[in-house]
Ligand binder design. Sequence first.
Ligand SMILES: Cc1cc2nc3c(=O)[nH]c(=O)nc-3n(C[C@H](O)[C@H](O)[C@H](O)COP(=O)(O)OP(=O)(O)OC[C@H]3O[C@@H](n4cnc5c(N)ncnc54)[C@H](O)[C@@H]3O)c2cc1C
Length: 280
Amino acid sequence: MIPAQFDYEAPESLEQAVRMLHENGEDAKLIAGGHSLLPLMKLRLAAPTLLVDLRNIPGLHGIQRENGNWRIGTLTRHADLQDAPELGVASVAAGQIADQQVRNRGTIGGSLAHGDPASDLPAVLLALEGQVSAQGTDGLRQIAAADLFQDFLTTAVGESEILTEIRLPLLDGYGFGYHKFNRRQEDWAMVAACALVKRGADGTCEDVRIGLTHMGSTPLRATAAEQALRGRPLDAASIAAAAEQAAEGTDPPADLNASEDYKRHLARVLTRRALEDASS
Ligand SMILES: Cc1cc2nc3c(=O)[nH]c(=O)nc-3n(C[C@H](O)[C@H](O)[C@H](O)COP(=O)(O)OP(=O)(O)OC[C@H]3O[C@@H](n4cnc5c(N)ncnc54)[C@H](O)[C@@H]3O)c2cc1C
């Protein structure tokens, strides 16, 4: 439970931090809240020789409304999202991460860059069709949520890149629902479902987005369920029929908590509940 020895730097600018990452290659790791990285280091599953702490870099915190989006600094903590109900489903999901101690330290950028398919915020970003900004030696680039999560704990953020901000579309007129299933409050999700629904003038489903947590090696969209509901009446029967498709195309990892079949069952039930909330 004691990490291997490492050096520590806390640069005061983004440029310095990028340079440190670039010069030290895979030996260097960024640290934000430390609540995913430090447990891995204590288990010696990660052994960086240099930790680059983002804490002294200005401009990486906070939530602003800007051009139809929420702009969220990468170091914004889960607790700050939880305390910002205007963010809708992102706030509700952040409030269900682990316990208050973890939420007081963990950051949105750390969670998205880590890319754990069992984490809550990646599937929310995917359903919202948000994007992240990453600063590297070649400048700043935007990465759409659909391109960010590549494999288990693998994202499109490069080794010398720093995720600086997250943009979530406001999605005015959409209802939302978020349902997570775990045995204890502080546990990761066995499965979670995030739903966003826009009701058309005639009462049918004009648009629907569903994000699933822990149903594969990356967060996923439940596209079959989305297609089944789009254009249909937003009533109990249509929602239940669409939710039956929620596990189509998924490949959930079995673990000590749940078999693959049980996870598929959870995906169907949680998607139905999330859709019901989003449509009410
Ligand atoms: C007991 C416990 C329970 C938890 N339960 C849940 C849960 O239920 N749901 C959930 O979603 N999460 C859970 N977590 C994880 C928690 O949310 C983490 O805080 C989060 O996943 C990582 O954020 P962090 O700021 O702590 O990142 P860190 O641990 O500091 O970093 C994680 C990784 O991201 C990289 N990184 C960090 N910031 C950046 C950046 N700006 N740019 C590029 N790379 C970066 C780091 O180099 C590292 O590889 C739990 C953690 C613990 C300890």
